[in-house]
Design a protein around this ligand. Structure first.
Ligand SMILES: Nc1nc2c(ncn2[C@@H]2O[C@H](COP(=O)(O)OP(=O)(O)O)[C@@H](O)[C@H]2O)c(=O)[nH]1
Ligand SMILES: [Mg+2]
Length: 312
């Protein structure tokens, strides 16, 4: 398969293939990304996060359909480190999104576990780059809003939609404690249920306490399953984008995202090199046991490791 030609002619199989190859750090695939890197940066990247079952996939599905009506091409990356590729949640997403996945203007990709140490985040960055090159106008990244790797992933978005649901006071506390800061637009989904107004009010109050710039994230009540007010949510996303552009924050975000990616790739390469080395020699094992026995301390052990890498 000629992947370059496939990408240019809109062949989804070429796109899927390249994402898999990038995930597996295939040299040829990385070569293609290097060569076509100049084509990236055109897509709007939107993160969707929130607790499991909040309706993130449903919201994504409806937003994607709205954008399709505007003639936009849409890529979706569903990241769920808690469930494997064929796991229930992902399968559910797939079933619900079947009508989307047969649309030639939509590309859906699910990602499961990618090991520790930023592997998933790196894979998500890779997938977004491929979809960007593939010509998607909008790229959604759905993640469950917990953990550092999720936050890392969401950081590559221009706009982050935080999906909450009514009646989960404790959940809001958790959001507040953890990742409240990364939400740019708040959606209270399942507003057909009791307590939706109260949840919205609670979020508003929290946001009032957390003002970080002249931009104040809006809170929007929606019923995603009935497609109610999802258009308002999209409007809010567009408004946030206008703010990003006008304030100069967009270029700052892009810069941060690139910085994170470079560091990600670097860290990953280092860890891999260390792993390979520790397989081929007992050097690291020796450092560890010397530190356990207090012959070394962790600082000196790490310095010896750096020294060893320099000398190679
Ligand atoms: N009552 C109600 N249920 C909804 C709404 N939106 C989604 N759901 C349901 O909530 C469940 C979880 O939705 P899903 O999109 O898979 O959530 P995710 O885990 O956050 O991606 C599904 O059964 C949806 O049909 C809504 O607005 N109201
Ligand atoms: Mg989902």
């Amino acid at each position: 398969m000629d992947i370059r030609a496939g990408l240019q002619s809109g062949d989804k199989r070429a796109c899927a293939r390249l994402i898999s190859m990038v995930e597996n750090e295939d040299e040829q695939a990385i070569g293609i990304l290097k060569e076509l890197y100049g084509l990236t940066g055109k897509a709007r990247v939107i993160g969707i996060t929130g607790p499991p079952g909040a309706g993130k996939s449903t919201v994504t599905d409806k937003l994607a359909k709205l954008l399709r009506q505007q003639g936009k091409k849409v890529g979706i990356v569903a990241v769920d480190p808690t469930s494997p590729f064929t796991g229930g949640a992902i399968l559910g997403d797939r079933v619900r999104m079947t009508d989307l996945s047969t649309d030639p203007g939509v590309f859906i990709r699910s990602m499961g576990t990618r090991g520790a140490l930023g592997g998933l985040s790196k894979a998500a960055h890779g997938a977004v780059k491929v979809l960007d090159i593939f010509g998607m106008d909008y790229i959604f990244i759905e993640t469950v809003g917990v953990g550092q790797s999720e936050v890392d992933i969401v950081r590559l978005a221009d706009t982050v939609i935080m999906v909450a649901v009514p009646g989960l006071g404790d959940d809001i506390q958790a959001i507040k404690a953890g990742i409240m800061e990364i939400g740019d637009v708040f959606a209270v989904n399942k507003s057909d249920r009791d307590g939706a107004e109260r949840t919205a009010t609670e979020l508003e109050m929290m946001l009032d306490f957390n003002i970080r710039s002249q931009y104040r994230p809006p809170v929007i009540n929606i019923i995603a399953k009935d497609n109610k007010d999802v258009d308002k949510l999209l409007e809010a996303v567009e408004k946030h984008y206008v703010y990003l552009v006008n304030s100069g924050e967009l270029s700052q975000r892009k810069k941060n995202s690139i910085k994170n990616e470079i560091i990600d790739i670097f860290k990953y390469a280092m860890v891999k090199a260390i792993e390979e080395k520790s397989q081929s020699s007992s050097f690291i094992e020796q450092l560890i046991s010397d530190t356990v026995d207090k012959r070394l301390d962790p600082y000196t052990a790490a310095a010896k490791l750096v020294e060893e890498f320099r000398s190679r």
